[in-house]
Design a protein around this ligand. Structure first.
Ligand code: PHE
Length: 399
């Protein structure tokens, strides 16, 4: 009773105040009531544009698994500024045109405030113009091609970010490893013609390798759809390179390794992060993976306590050891959550500014400070394989 009387009194007072204001009496009109605080959203919608089927499906699946794990942890701890995160995930089928469409759908229909993904550089390049057009920040956890965050004139793309190292570093590390550790004097490069990622890496590898006194004795090309590489591999083998550099993704890498070994090429093959898939062993077989080395973002054998806990939790949840895609996806999810928290409100422009201001964020793949080109500076690892085709950590390279 008491309470409802009070409520009635407040209502009457409010009514009188309204009337007084509305009638515009002789007294000066009271200051307008402050605009009502915008209603706190029930959830923060984040778009996931990933390769969940098609040519590089294991990449997208790993990344999304880890992002979902991170979101579940964040939400269990109360969400971001008290609001839970919700992932809206759509399969881009490992296709660049689809990656563009998915980005458009996530922004215009689902109204997400930020985008995670895609994984591969060419697909990310298909989504960045959409993020730019609609002014929604996009973070790729894994796309390493420099053009993702910087346009041809050298200007930073305002709405595009990444949380992994870039290919000029990765290709440099690969070439140095070939020269210094493998003692290679000659190299062949086998390049996927329609991949921005492969072309970018091949260029840096060649430049670094030749600058350090090495010689490129063969440079050959293929397209993504190719399945039989024997004719070109025969030519490459005839050039007798000390190493063969193959910077593509696991479907092609696996077949190339298998066929190169069948043709009797026994010397080292060096690759890049695109070799990192649990399907690689199935495709290539353990024998073909002997003397294969590739540059990557992290090793699950690292003993950093934060990383050990992540590897354990991921294994418990998904029944497999997390690959680099998972580790990078996990970090990207936390970096985004941290930016939304600092932004104060889940609004795209504020999130974008907070992302650009990310400094010293400690994730499972290292510390991330976003530079003026929207890239972090991070170390790399070299991975090789044991006799059963299981990945083993070879060495760590700091930037
Ligand atoms: N760096 C690759 C690209 O840009 C994607 C990738 C990242 C693949 C990490 C495997 C592991 O296309």
């Amino acid at each position: 009773m008491k309470l409802s009387k009070k409520v009635a009194l407040i209502l009457v007072l409010a009514f009188l105040v309204t009337i007084a204001g509305g009638c515009g009496g002789s007294k000066p009109a009271p200051a307008p009531a402050p605009a009502p605080a915008p209603e706190k959203p029930k959830e923060i919608l984040i778009g996931a544009n990933f390769e969940l089927s098609g040519n590089v499906a294991t990449f997208g699946i790993s990344a999304v698994n880890a992002i979902e794990m991170a979101f579940a942890e964040i939400n269990a701890g109360g969400g971001v500024n008290g609001i839970p995160l919700k992932l809206v995930k759509v399969d881009n089928k490992s296709d660049t045109g689809e990656a563009t469409n998915v980005a458009t759908k996530l922004i215009t229909q689902d109204k997400v405030v930020a985008l995670l993904g895609p994984v591969t550089s060419t697909n990310v390049l298909g989504a960045v113009p959409v993020a730019t057009q609609y002014k929604v920040p996009l973070i790729t956890p894994t796309g390493t091609n420099p053009k993702i965050t910087v346009d041809d004139s050298g200007k930073t793309r305002e709405w595009a970010f990444r949380t992994c190292f870039i290919d000029p570093f990765q290709g440099f590390v690969g070439a140095n490893f070939a020269i210094n550790t493998l003692k290679a004097k000659t190299a062949a490069i086998f390049i996927e013609k329609n991949s921005d990622y492969a072309k970018g890496l091949a260029e840096v590898f060649e430049k670094t390798f030749t600058e350090k006194g090495g010689k490129i004795v063969a440079k050959e090309y293929f397209v993504t759809e190719d399945k039989d590489f024997r004719a070109t591999l025969t030519k490459i083998k005839a050039a007798n390179p000390d190493v063969l550099y193959v910077p593509s993704y696991y479907e092609q890498d696996g077949l190339i390794a298998k066929q190169a070994r069948e043709l009797g090429y026994t010397k080292p093959i060096v690759g890049a992060d695109g070799w990192d898939s649990e399907k690689l062993l199935q495709i290539a077989g353990a024998k073909a993976l002997q003397e294969v080395y590739f540059t990557n973002h992290y090793s699950p054998q690292d003993t950093d306590p934060k990383l050990v806990k992540f590897v354990e939790n991921y294994k418990a949840k998904y029944g497999s050891v997390p690959d680099a895609l998972a580790a990078l996806g996990y970090d990207a999810a936390y970096i985004l959550a941290d930016a939304i928290k600092r932004a104060g409100a889940p609004e795209p422009a504020k999130i974008k500014d907070a992302l650009a201001a990310t400094k010293g964020f400690v994730g499972v793949t290292g510390s991330v400070s976003i530079d003026d080109k929207h890239n972090p500076v991070k170390g790399a690892v070299i991975i090789t394989f044991d006799k059963d085709g299981k990945q083993i950590f070879k060495e760590k390279v700091n930037p």
